[in-house]
Design a protein around this ligand. Structure first.
Ligand code: FAD
Length: 432
């Protein structure tokens, strides 16, 4: 008789909610990870750095488990199939996992839940990825917030009433199923090769967080924490980070609250994955010019700040938040290309790709989202450069051939593009 702990986007032992519950339960715990074919088969890049990252992390988990006589059981397949096999081969009494709020994950978990329920096996899920989930932070009338500021106020007051606690590292508990040593299969056995992209450190940079409010908007400075990849895969704990933020920087805490906010929106309005949050904009006539899209992707728009951002993304899998806003605004507003195209491109390239935040960011930029930038606010790439990269340090880093007076002409004139998008959005609103 065993219970099974299913690692997903929580690749750590310390402060892991469902894992703590599993280890405190009545049965020894078998830890597993599923290399999910439904996801892996959809990846274009056979050297996808996120696969390299996950592979590295599950190897670490396995090594640490070996020290306590256990080991991570890694399966390659489709989750429902894997579970069918599991319950055939083991006397499974309970399954534990932390909750995932993405539409695909919810569907997958429902299927697994039904499969297990038919056998009388409970599937116990816990909140771990966010501080407050689902309807924990809602308006007094019981409906979800659609504006960030009042949401964040309520979020903070709730945190004061219910401070978060951290769970001790799960490794110190002895209640693991003992298994013989076995290495995780090499990347090539799952059809991937290692990526050369440098993966960011998981150290919490306290110094950077302390001066976050001053430096966060300047892409040439290392002024942000670069923890997004680790938050995405749970290699650090959001509860511990929120506690640190509370001590060091209110501004930083606010960003972590944006993360919860978008997760909450995705939970209540899963249709945003494909549709405008604000249906008033459904009539926008996107131009969707594929050649222009290709120029944007390659960082060849003739706007140095846009080009620098796209090239940073293409070569590192990261882009500074300020520049994410500028490039997203440029694609949707200057080129009138559907935000879903840009969203998909970011999803393919970003190490920290997270459906809720990426979708939230794109719909914000396009003006179609929850609490979005008003449609008539159109970032001027040149004034953004003057404000946030005045000495062109960021631009020169990513566009080394850049010279102020000898750069390819902008692919579209700012004033022209501005008038065009205003007309297009107004037309959509009139007809909508
Ligand atoms: P820091 O500035 O150090 O912030 C700390 C953490 O707070 C981040 O790691 C992240 O988890 C969270 N955070 C910060 N800003 C936001 C925000 N606006 N919305 C939600 N969470 C936030 N973030 C992602 O994690 N994944 C994405 O796929 C993603 N796509 C984006 C797409 C667009 C168009 C835009 C405008 C923003 C996107 N963001 C996304 C939000 C933000 O740009 C990144 O979280 C941030 O740049 C990551 O760098 P950092 O860890 O140094 O952030």
């Amino acid at each position: 008789e065993i219970s099974v702990f299913w690692f997903r986007r929580d690749l750590r032992f310390h402060d892991n909610t469902a894992l703590t519950f599993a280890l405190n339960g009545p049965y020894p715990v078998l830890p597993i990870f599923i290399l999910d074919r439904n996801i892996l088969d959809g990846l274009e890049n056979r050297a996808d750095p996120r696969v390299t990252f996950i592979h590295r992390e599950i190897q670490n988990l396995n090594l640490q488990l070996q020290e306590v006589g256990s080991g991570l059981q890694v399966y390659d397949g489709r989750p429902v199939k894997v579970w069918q096999e599991m319950i055939k081969n083991y006397n499974v009494k309970a399954i534990y996992a932390n909750r995932d709020y993405e539409p695909y994950a919810r569907k997958r978990d429902r299927e697994v839940y039904e499969l297990l329920a038919a056998q009388g096996i409970p599937f116990i899920s816990k909140k771990d990825h966010v501080i407050f989930e689902k309807s924990e932070v809602i308006k007094d009338d019981g409906t979800p917030y659609k504006v960030y500021t009042p949401y964040s106020k309520k979020w903070k007051s709730l945190l004061r009433q219910r401070p978060t606690t951290s769970y001790p590292s799960a490794l110190s508990s002895g209640n693991w199923v003992q298994v013989p040593h076995k290495a995780v299969m090499p990347l090539k056995d799952i059809g991937f090769s290692p990526s050369e992209i440098e993966l960011p450190s998981r150290e919490v940079p306290e110094k950077i967080i302390k001066s976050y409010h001053e430096n966060r908007d300047f892409p040439a400075i290392k002024g942000t924490s670069r923890l997004s990849l680790h938050l995405r895969f749970g290699t650090i704990s959001i509860r511990q980070l929120v506690t640190t933020a509370g001590r060091l920087s209110e501004k930083y805490l606010n960003e972590l609250i944006w993360r919860d906010f978008y997760q909450m929106i995705l939970w209540h309005f899963p249709q945003v994955e494909r549709e405008n949050f604000n249906r008033k904009y459904d009539g926008i006539e996107w131009r969707n010019n594929t050649e222009e899209f290709a120029k944007w992707c390659a960082g060849e728009t003739g706007y140095p700040i846009v080009d620098a951002g796209m090239r940073e993304l293409n070569s590192t899998g990261f882009m500074h938040n300020r520049v994410r806003m500028i490039t997203a605004s440029f694609l949707t507003k200057h080129l009138l290309i559907d935000w879903r195209w840009g969203e998909a491109y970011f999803a393919e390239k970003l190490l920290d790709y997270e459906l809720a935040s990426n979708n939230g960011g794109w719909q914000w930029a396009a003006g179609t989202g929850v609490d979005a930038a008003p449609y008539f606010r159109i970032f001027n790439p040149d004034s953004q450069t003057k404000k946030f990269d005045q000495k062109h340090q960021y631009i020169k880093k990513w566009v080394p051939e850049y010279q102020e007076f000898a750069y390819p002409a902008p692919m579209v004139d700012h004033k022209f593009a501005r008038e065009r998008v205003l007309k297009t959005y107004r037309k959509a609103l009139e007809n909508g």
